[in-house]
Unconditional design. Structure first.
Length: 382
């Protein structure tokens, strides 16, 4: 037999074997979607088992790309080796809830759910067909990618109003989102929507303290504990001193660590509940009356103040020509061209002019509230 003839026979036989393999594969139910899945086509993966949710995977996060590639590898192996049958027309809601599953979302907006259907079997439904693959190692790889999130943690269990508090966790479920921090004294933990703020509150008695940011399901930020926050109705509501719950809502999970809130260590000035951090902006007490630094307060509330050195006057919406010079040793305050009157005279301390809170209220059109429980003077500015 010639070499050319032997080569022809070998090629023909190989073709028969290949065709036979394809026919046998089709008869055995192998999926026609082999090698259809690509890692770059996946946008995100969310995994859960009953009420246990796991840290999601995002294609835009470099650290998640290796895990996404493993999931895609499993899907391609299933497509090549799995058995295909008609998918059930309706899924059992209870069964779907309790099974361990991954919701895989693709860049084109389509999705599928990869789940454990039996102890050593994985399955997914697509285009009306169910693909199942029994492979213990694949199930182990699948399970190794399930990482429980870290719930909210604070860096301390007690904090003063005006103090710094660090908050971190990995129990947010979106690529980018908001983390809402509330004070809740009842520990109710229910949810009620605030139409005024378009935010879900844990209860109508809760106080919204701070809104942080999350990225890739994770967050780590530090904030100043305010003297007042927003109530369910959108209005200013003071923070309560003592033991309470700092409820943290990520829109995906809600945690309620206990926290002891202490009053400010000394008299503190706040604007819209946010304590002033500048030492020059803090109030003083003179003759049992509370006075605040006028220029610092004006800056905090966005108002303009001028000092007329010649006439020794503080001018608010007043020109120097409208004000009469103040007597020696005294300081005048002129508002809208008129001398302000008060039962407490302004004082100068270390070059700073301090005035009664009532004077600030009249001069700048703000509201003042005395939060005695936390030792704070809070100015509310619209």
């Amino acid at each position: 037999m010639s070499a050319r003839l032997r080569k022809t026979i070998t090629t023909f036989a190989a073709g028969i074997v290949l065709l036979g393999g394809l026919l046998i594969g089709g008869a055995g139910g192998a999926s026609a979607e082999a090698a259809e899945f690509k890692a770059e086509s996946v946008s995100e993966i969310h995994a859960s088992q009953a009420d246990q949710v796991y840290i999601p995977l995002f294609a835009s996060r470099k650290e998640d790309q290796a895990a996404i590639a493993k999931v895609v590898g499993i899907l391609n192996s299933m497509a090549a080796k799995g058995k295909v049958s008609d998918a059930p027309e309706t899924a059992d809601p209870e069964l779907s809830f309790f099974r361990t599953s991954m919701d895989v979302t693709f860049a084109d907006g389509s999705s599928l759910t990869l789940f454990i259907s039996d102890p050593d079997t994985l399955a997914y439904d697509r285009k009306g067909k169910r693909t199942e693959w029994t492979d213990k190692a694949a199930v182990q790889t699948f399970e190794s990618l399930l990482v429980a999130p870290e719930p909210t943690r604070f860096d301390r269990s007690s904090v003063r109003v005006g103090g710094q508090l660090r908050l971190r966790g990995s129990d947010a479920g979106t690529e980018a989102g908001k983390v809402y921090v509330f004070q809740e004294t009842s520990g109710a933990g229910s949810t009620v929507h605030s139409a005024a703020l378009n935010v879900d509150f844990p209860s109508k008695t809760a106080v919204l303290l701070y809104v942080g940011e999350s990225k890739y399901g994770r967050y780590d930020f530090t904030f100043t504990l305010p003297a007042a926050g927003k109530g369910w109705d959108g209005k200013s509501k003071p923070v309560s001193a003592g033991k309470s719950y700092l409820t943290v809502s990520t829109g995906w999970t809600m945690s309620m660590p206990q926290m002891n809130v202490e009053p400010a260590g000394k008299l503190l000035l706040a604007v819209n509940g946010i304590p002033a951090t500048d030492a020059a902006a803090q109030p003083i007490v003179s003759n049992d009356r509370t006075l605040v630094p006028l220029r610092s307060v004006a800056k905090l509330v966005g108002r303009k103040v001028e000092w007329d050195a010649k006439g020794r006057n503080v001018l608010i919406r007043t020109s120097p020509s409208q004000a009469n010079p103040s007597p020696a040793g005294r300081i005048g305050i002129w508002i809208d061209g008129k001398a302000a009157t008060s039962d407490v005279e302004p004082i100068v301390k270390n070059g700073t002019t301090y005035v009664p809170v009532r004077t600030v209220v009249g001069a700048f059109g703000v509201t003042a509230e005395w939060l005695t429980a936390t030792q704070v003077v809070n100015l509310i500015v619209d």
